[in-house]
Design a protein around this ligand. Structure first.
Ligand SMILES: NC(=O)c1ccc[n+]([C@@H]2O[C@H](COP(=O)([O-])OP(=O)(O)OC[C@H]3O[C@@H](n4cnc5c(N)ncnc54)[C@H](OP(=O)(O)O)[C@@H]3O)[C@@H](O)[C@H]2O)c1
Length: 244
C-alpha cells in the first residue's frame, strides 16, 4: 500500500479521501467506486483497510504529521473531490465530557489535533492539485454539535469546540479561495448519526440511524446540486443548510 499506481486514464475524476478506513470515509469511497466516473486515493492510519478495487489506491497517513500531509498532497496532480473524514470523539484516554467538571486541556488539544488541524493542513497543500480540476469540491466532515446556533443540549465540550473551530476553518478557507480558486466549492457536512465505530458507544441504533452508505449517498447527491456559489456553507445529510 502506498506504492501502487492507478490506471492512467484522464477520463476518470480523482477523489482524495482522508480517513477512508473509517465508517463514513469507506462508505464514500465505496459509493464513488461503484460509479464509472471516479478513481479514489484513500488514506488510513491504524486500521489496515479492507476495501479493494482497481480504481482505488491506499496511503498510510497520520493527519497530525505535517510533513506526511505535505508529501501526499504535493504528489497529486489533480484532485476533483477532497473529503476530510478523519475524526475522533473518544479514545482509550478520553470520553466526551458531560460536564465542565470533566474538562481537560489535553482532551481539547487532542480533539483539535484530529478534528480541526488536519483540514487546515490539507488545505495548506491542496491548492495546486485542486486548481487543475474543473470544479473542485472540498468537504470537511463536521458535526451538527459544532453549530453554535444549534447548541441546545450542551456537553461534549472538546468535540463540540473542535468541530466549531473546524467550521470556522472551512468558512475562512472558502472565503480565501473565492479569489484563488473561483470555481471551488468548500463546505462542512453533518453526516447524521451514522453507525460507525466513532458513534457506536454513544448511540444505540434506532430506525433513524444511518448507515455509512446512506450518508455517502446523501452527500454525493448534495454535491451534484452545489457549485462554487455555495462555497463556505454547512449542510446536513437531509440536504438542508445548517446554521453556523
Ligand atoms: N458517525 C457519526 O455518527 C458522525 C456524526 C457526526 C459527525 N461525524 C464525523 O464524521 C467523521 C468520520 O467519522 P466516522 O464515524 O467515520 O469515524 P470512524 O469510523 O471512527 O473513522 C475515523 C477515521 O479517522 C481516522 N483517523 C483518526 N485519527 C487519525 C490520524 N491521527 N491520522 C489519520 N487518520 C486518523 C481513522 O483512521 P484509522 O481507523 O485507520 O486509524 C478513521 O479512518 C468524523 O470527523 C466525525 O466527527 C460522524
Amino acid at each position: 500500500m502506498g506504492n501502487q499506481t492507478l490506471p492512467k486514464t484522464l477520463l476518470l475524476k480523482t477523489a482524495l479521501i482522508i480517513g477512508a478506513s473509517g465508517g463514513i470515509g469507506s462508505g464514500i469511497a465505496r459509493n464513488l467506486l461503484a460509479t464509472c466516473e471516479w478513481q479514489v486515493i484513500a488514506t488510513y492510519h491504524r486500521q489496515i483497510p479492507k476495501l479493494e478495487d482497481p480504481k482505488l489506491i491506499w496511503y498510510p497517513l497520520d493527519v497530525t504529521h505535517e510533513a506526511s500531509v505535505e508529501a501526499l498532497m504535493t504528489s497529486l496532480n489533480r484532485i476533483d473531490l477532497l473529503i476530510q473524514a478523519a475524526g475522533t470523539l473518544a479514545s482509550e484516554h478520553y470520553q466526551p465530557e458531560k460536564t465542565i467538571r470533566r474538562f481537560s486541556p489535553d482532551q481539547l488539544a487532542h480533539s483539535i489535533a484530529i478534528n480541526t488541524t488536519p483540514f487546515l493542513l490539507t488545505a495548506k497543500y491542496a491548492r495546486r492539485a485542486l486548481s487543475t480540476a474543473k470544479q473542485p469540491k472540498v468537504v470537511a466532515l463536521s458535526a451538527r454539535v459544532g453549530s453554535i446556533t444549534d447548541n441546545q443540549l450542551g456537553g461534549w465540550y472538546s468535540y463540540r469546540i473542535s468541530k466549531a473551530a473546524l467550521n470556522m476553518a472551512v468558512k475562512t478557507v472558502a472565503l480565501e479561495w473565492r479569489h484563488a480558486l473561483p470555481d471551488a466549492l468548500v463546505i462542512a457536512y453533518h453526516p447524521g448519526t451514522v453507525q460507525t465505530p466513532l458513534s457506536a458507544p454513544f448511540h444505540r441504533p434506532t430506525p433513524t440511524t444511518l448507515t455509512p452508505d446512506d450518508t455517502a449517498h446523501a452527500l454525493l447527491a448534495l454535491l451534484s446540486k452545489l457549485n462554487a456559489t455555495d462555497t463556505g456553507t454547512f449542510w446536513d445529510w437531509q440536504g438542508l443548510e445548517v446554521p453556523w
